[in-house]
Design a protein around this ligand. Sequence first.
Ligand code: SAM
Length: 325
Amino acid sequence: MAVHQFAERAPRAGFGNTSPVMTSAIGDKTLRQRIDHSAVRSVSPYERSVIGFRSDPRMQGVVEKNYFDEDLAAAVSRYGQSDEFAKVVSVLAMRLRPGALLLDFGAGRGLTSLALAQSGAFVVSVESDPSEVVGIGALGKLKRPPGPPLAPVSGDVLQLPFRDHVFDIAFCRSVLHHLEDLDSGLKEIWRVLRPGGILLVLNEHILGPFSDERIFLQSHPAVPYGVNEHAYPVWRYWKVVRQAGFRKVHFFGYEGDALDFRDFLATSCRHNPFRFRLMALPCIGKLFRGALYGLHVLTRRHLRYICVPEESCVAISIVAHKPAN
Ligand SMILES: C[S@@+](CC[C@H](N)C(=O)[O-])C[C@H]1O[C@@H](n2cnc3c(N)ncnc32)[C@H](O)[C@@H]1O
């Protein structure tokens, strides 16, 4: 069912039907933790920031880029057609089959959960913010005709209310860098993922090794609202993901300033007549060119996630696997 068919309506207690398969898989504890709309809540910094961006004409680019549109159905529809979501579908590929259980942790108002639920998997959205604007409360406001296959759960990523080895896919978008304890969060995800399962993490802020996090924080538009933003060097993500037990860890997403080899060559020879003459030699010149090309490839492939500008909120994505046994 197309997401745009969902309309918002007044909050209500509880949600639509939950698949019996999913209920038995995650246990009764989850059902007890469903959202209580009558609970008194305070507005979170994240909610304040999104409301602030929406009302600020200078921030319309941020609203659009981050799918903060007031109309959730429109945002989901736009996200579902984005290159980012096409990449998600291509990475998860055959795993997004009907009957697969997907955990969307730090799901916010369900942007990615709703898009993913269209592709067949049963999505469990976990979110600690009860907000009806940016949190799990927003999913409770949706009109729920028969689909999509989705269960919103109010909970903490650091203490997930699920049994071990339940989910086929663990997914999040812009969440790891908000966690208070990155290591515990990854271990908890590992626990609930079944052996052979896949972890897909989108849009995590990265810093260069000698970068100043303060410069990063100054440039982040959500920081003035008190949102707990962080950025880590790429090796830190690699380390926590590996330490949690994941293997075949790959990064993607940030292309950086892709160097053109000819520019690279020209730059490396411009002020050096000796190097220039060396390159003109019949055999040695070829070898030398080869060595420079190797350096160029190394720089592009392996340094692009390391040499990043801290003032432009660079983000990367991560794919990792839980070994089958
Ligand atoms: C930047 S938002 C991203 C929301 C959503 N994934 C999206 O892309 O629209 C980060 C979300 O992670 C949630 N979050 C952070 N720490 C959490 C935790 N320990 N447990 C559950 N949710 C958490 C925040 O409440 C927030 O909704």
